[in-house]
Design a protein around this ligand. Structure first.
Ligand code: SF4
Length: 526
């Protein structure tokens, strides 16, 4: 059985002529006929070439791989129990699911506190991020969760001011940080500023620390969607030329007269802006960390992608040696605003395998009494059961899961509902709940009470969408944890999971379901 689907996908807006009869290896129609207009990916590539590498349409979608990995989190089940309670009194009146504590405290001084064990990791310069930032920032801040401003935001900002190759003023980054900070309350959550190669050159993080009061910065080695730098499309010639001048790789060359003419004639409609790949060395890593600490960074994170095991070992080892505060490990499969489609599907270590390696390597360092930062794992998490499994798989080292696509979806839906309310055209599917945000969003009345009517009325519905989605995840996770009798996160363990297949058990070292509790069973039945 093939794990991959080739040559046709909704992601690239392509399909086969003989949809029910496909050659598995090539993805081609069993009979490729002379005269077909070429709706498949090969056919579309015959006239749009490299454009078909990317999921479409850019700017209004997020995307992730559709490859079926041999093992995924559905190959594990959560083990509940009928006895006991961890983290609360063994009393049926007290051990109730609303009493489950989901708070996480991380950082060298334990000073970073989050209401929930999840964080949005790295939403950067893609249009989808920019256009939904209000909802994402305000929703994250209100929920007391972390939000990471991804790479290239400063480099893409037409309003950014540079002096001597360094950033001295911004419009977009300032706005993004401010939107979050203005809605943060009781000290929960954190806004994190990430940097890739280009951001590092522009000294973006130093600027964020000194001028915007940012305390957390993150170095980015990579992500799950691709093993090359960030990419976006640019519809505007002037902007493409500006980015070229700022040192980005822009394709085709927007300063070439032939290219300019072709663009103006409409031969192609978008330029591509690419970032460079990093060159990780311990020496440069140490120097960067030292520089950031001297610049005043209070907390330093590292995000690595679905690279080969040696790179994961390097990431964990460096994070330990240089006393980082959080290491995020993003597994293969994506979660992106723009990445090459085939690359997204076919590169990297998938979630269960990568997260199992994270546990193994972290345990090895821990057994040798080495310092370990808090660890966050990413890889398609969208619901409470997956969050439970991700946290348990990596317990006690994994403290949070990282997400991006699911929160963006919630913020986008919230925003769309807001637009439909304003236009008095609430879709029937939603109208059964009402026609106002108070009626439609189930969290509205408690938020109105908490924030006061003035502040509540100013909230964008994108933020309400994210806040309400998080409220659902929180209640769902509390229920699952109560079922496993774990009333706070530090009690989650690998023993809370069972592998449904021997292959999943072998990869993860989580017990095969038929072997769970063997010695306890023997004692009970003696
Ligand atoms: S070009 Fe060939 S493979 Fe592609 S859709 Fe047409 S018939 Fe099928």
């Amino acid at each position: 059985m093939s794990f991959s689907r080739v040559n046709s996908s909704s992601a690239t807006l392509t399909k086969n002529r003989t949809e029910d009869s496909i050659t598995t290896a090539s993805g081609m129609c069993v009979t490729c006929v002379d005269g077909c207009i070429g709706m498949c990916e090969i056919g579309k590539s015959a006239y749009r070439g490299h454009e078909v590498i990317y999921p479409q349409p850019f700017g209004v979608i997020t995307t992730a791989a559709e490859k079926r990995y041999p093992v995924d989190y559905s190959h594990f089940n959560i083990m509940g129990t009928a006895t006991g309670a961890h983290g609360i009194e063994m009393d049926s009146d007290k051990a109730i699911f609303p009493a489950v504590n989901l708070e996480v405290h991380i950082g060298n001084d334990g000073g970073l506190k989050f209401r929930y064990p999840w964080i949005i990791s790295g939403i950067g310069s893609t249009n989808i991020a920019k256009n939904n930032w209000e909802g994402l920032a305000i929703g994250s801040a209100l929920s007391g969760t972390g939000l990471t401003i991804g790479e290239n935001v400063v480099g893409m900002d037409p309003g950014a001011v540079f002096k001597g190759g360094r950033i001295v003023d911004t419009v977009d980054l300032k706005r993004r940080v401010k939107l979050y900070k203005d809605h943060q309350h009781d000290g929960y959550g954190a806004i994190i500023v990430q940097a890739n190669v280009e951001d590092g050159r522009l000294k973006v993080q130093e600027y964020a620390i000194e001028k915007l009061g940012v305390e957390c910065v993150e170095l980015k080695w990579g992500q799950g969607a691709k093993d090359i730098g960030g990419e976006v499309k640019i519809k505007d010639l002037k902007q493409a030329q500006m980015l070229h001048e700022r040192g980005y790789i822009v394709l085709p060359d927007p300063t070439d007269q032939n290219v300019i003419e072709a663009f103006q004639k409409g031969a192609f409609k978008e330029f591509e802006r690419h970032s460079r790949v990093g060159m990780v060395t311990e020496e440069s890593f140490a120097a960067t960390i030292d520089g950031l600490r001297k610049a005043g960074a209070k907390y330093i994170f590292l995000k690595t992608g679905a690279y080969r095991p040696a790179d994961l070992a390097r990431a964990i080892s460096f994070s330990s040696k240089y006393k980082l505060d959080l290491l995020t490990v993003d597994a293969a499969g994506g979660g992106t605003g723009m990445s090459p489609w085939r690359m997204m599907n076919e590169w990297g270590v998938p979630p269960v395998e990568l997260h199992s390696l994270v546990y193994q390597y972290a345990k090895r360092l821990s057994d040798n009494n080495r310092y370990l930062p808090a660890i966050s794992v990413n890889g398609g998490f969208s619901f409470e059961d997956q969050i439970f499994k991700g946290l348990s798989m990596g317990a006690p080292f994994v403290k949070m899961v990282g997400m991006a696509r699911a929160p963006i979806a919630a913020a986008m839906v919230g925003k769309t509902i807001g637009l439909s309310i304003a236009a008095q055209q609430v879709p029937v599917y939603i109208e059964r709940f009402g026609n106002t945000k108070d009626e439609i969003f189930v969290t509205a009345s408690s938020l109105r009470k908490e924030l006061g009517s003035d502040a509540f009325d100013k909230l964008p519905t994108g933020a309400l969408g994210l806040y309400t989605y998080y409220e659902r995840l929180a209640q769902g996770l509390r229920q699952l944890m109560a079922g496993s009798r774990k009333f706070s996160l530090e009690h989650l363990s690998r023993n809370d999971l069972a592998a449904l297949t021997r292959e999943a058990a072998e990869i993860s070292n989580i017990q095969y379901i038929m072997n769970v509790d063997k010695s306890e069973v023997d004692n009970i039945l003696r």
